[in-house]
Write a protein that binds this ligand. Structure first.
Ligand code: PEP
Length: 252
């Protein structure tokens, strides 16, 4: 049985007081029994305070980015060990906004995945096709290439990482992939994992869906056999919406 994961991606939102206010409301909306995994991926500035606040709760704290070098003259960057130092356990890698707005290519993503795994930070590795690629019938080929290029020779244990399938056309648009399309791609990803890492490993790796997940569609998406949770942007900014997604998405 794969435990469901609900990861909030706050992007560039929330000051420290706003972040603390969110988790206080989220905790009040519980109890969260630990049956599902909850992760808040916050801006760098809020990470330390959130991790302290969430210590000894089932809620984990993740970052949205880092740089793969351990230290040095990299003005403006933050390393994996710095993230661990403030209490992060997870990090998003390969989000489409990092790929398109910050020119992160497969080579950079490979180095980030490698470093995160070496540092025992759990990557939430994002893949997904654009609308043009889907319309051209290239969705699976694009996702396969993203996985192959970024993974390279890496062989993580199933509990060391997770994948988020995020079709670019569904991110922040209000347009959600149909349950059929989401399931088809997550199943494709799992079969790619099985070819590469064997059936037993593939059966354990969590594959999340991301792209305009909200309380109204959480149930129909999270019930899909190869969807093990959600990466949530816009709807994760409101604690009660996030709580409702977790609640509805955890129903079997
Ligand atoms: C995201 O940014 O990862 C995301 C899925 O955003 P949204 O839920 O707003 O589509």
């Amino acid at each position: 049985m794969r435990k469901k994961v609900f990861a909030a991606n706050w992007k560039m939102h929330k000051t420290r007081p706003e972040a603390v206010g969110f988790v206080d409301e989220l905790m009040a909306a519980g109890p969260w029994s630990g049956e599902a995994e909850l992760i808040i991926c916050a801006p760098f500035t809020a990470l330390a305070e959130l991790a302290q606040r969430m210590h000894n709760t089932p809620v984990k704290v993740g970052a949205q980015n880092f740089y793969y070098e351990p230290q040095g003259a990299f003005t403006g960057e933050v390393s994996a060990s710095m993230l661990k130092d403030v209490g992060c356990t997870h990090v998003i890698i390969g989000h489409s906004e990092r790929r398109s707005l910050f020119a992160e290519d497969d080579g950079v993503l490979h180095l980030k995945l490698k470093t995160a795994l070496e540092e025992s930070l759990i990557p939430i590795f994002c893949v997904g096709e654009s609308l043009e690629q889907r319309q051209a019938g290239e969705a699976e080929a694009v996702v396969r290439k993203q996985l192959t290029a970024a993974l390279g020779e890496l062989f993580p244990r199933p509990d060391q990482w997770m994948i988020a399938y995020e079709p670019v056309w569904a991110i922040g648009t209000g347009v959600t992939a149909s349950p059929q399309d989401a399931q088809a791609m997550c199943k494709f990803i799992r079969s790619w994992l099985a070819e590469r890492y064997g059936l037993a490993n593939a059966a354990e790796i969590r594959i999340l869906y991301g792209g305009s997940v909200k309380p109204a569609n959480a149930c129909e998406l999270m019930i899909l056999p190869d969807v093990d949770g959600a990466l949530i942007g816009g709807a994760s900014l409101e604690p009660l919406d996030f709580a409702e997604i977790v609640r509805r998405g955890s129903l079997d």
